[in-house]
Design a binder for this molecule. Structure first.
Ligand code: SAM
Length: 241
């Protein structure tokens, strides 16, 4: 593994104790320990100025819940002293849904600042004033941005040079060519009466590649017509073959 220019994630959260959490084990955890990437979880509450250390207030115009204050969050962002080359993300169900191609871009850069919302979300003015890019991990609502941030970081870290065992893993897996991955099998040869498809144990690499390609295409066409349409439009590559 390389230890030069580590990729960085700076996370602004009301719950810094949640980090590294699951990012501290397995591939990401090992890479963190080796200095391939670094993680800084900063407490938004440290930027509160009143004696109760308040970070939220009631929504203007009424309604349920509380909203993270623009002044406190802006101060937390400013204190983090992020260089202009680093993306500033806000985890948000209103954001553009994360894709593997956006993850590739983020992994190729210096690493983002990630703001984790809580309550009903964040005052709109800080999103605009600090040019935060809203990023969603799917059309459902979590109680806070931390788990979403962890998903984003994990997806980036596994793409960093040297983190995954084989460089081929990333080019073969789901979304690499706007296709879902083909089905995988391993020993035992027979499981509850089900066999591994014969072609996979034939030793004929060309036939295995063709079978995998066909399975990936059939699965994508069936489950993800949106991806299939993108695949059909894209210039043809040979990465899955
Ligand atoms: N009231 C907000 C709405 O309806 O859009 C939901 C706020 S949610 C309870 C609190 C925080 O969780 C959000 O500010 C965001 O940081 C995070 N969050 C929730 N769902 C998310 C998702 N699908 N993707 C990314 N972040 C999410």
């Amino acid at each position: 593994m390389t230890v030069s220019s580590p990729w960085r994630a700076t996370v602004l959260t009301l719950f810094p104790e949640m980090f590294p959490g699951p990012l501290g084990v397995s591939l990401a955890g090992r890479a963190l320990g080796l200095g391939v990437w670094s993680l800084e979880a900063r407490d938004i509450r440290d930027s509160a100025t009143d004696r109760h250390r308040s970070v939220d207030d009631t929504p203007a115009g009424g309604g349920p819940g509380m909203v993270l204050r623009a002044d406190v969050l802006a101060a937390a962002i400013d204190t983090a002293q992020i260089t202009p080359d680093r993306p500033r993300l806000l985890m948000s169900p209103r954001g553009r849904t994360l894709t593997q191609s956006r993850i590739r871009e983020l992994a190729a850069g210096p690493g983002p600042l990630i703001v984790c919302g809580r309550f009903e979300g964040v005052d709109q003015r800080v999103i605009e004033a600090r040019a935060l890019e809203e990023v969603s991990i799917g059309d459902y609502v979590l109680s806070g941005g931390e788990i979403a941030a962890m998903a984003l970081i994990d997806a980036c870290v596994r793409l960093l040079p040297g983190v995954m065992g084989s460089a081929e893993s990333a080019s073969e897996e789901s979304f690499s060519d706007s296709l879902l991955e083909y089905p995988q099998y391993t020993r035992p040869q027979t499981f509850e009466g089900r066999q591994i498809p014969e072609i996979l144990t034939s030793g004929d690499h060309a036939k295995v590649a063709a079978w995998r390609r066909a399975e990936a295409e059939a699965l994508t066409r069936l489950r993800r017509p949106d991806l299939w349409a993108a695949h059909e439009k894209a210039p043809k590559s040979t990465t899955k073959e």
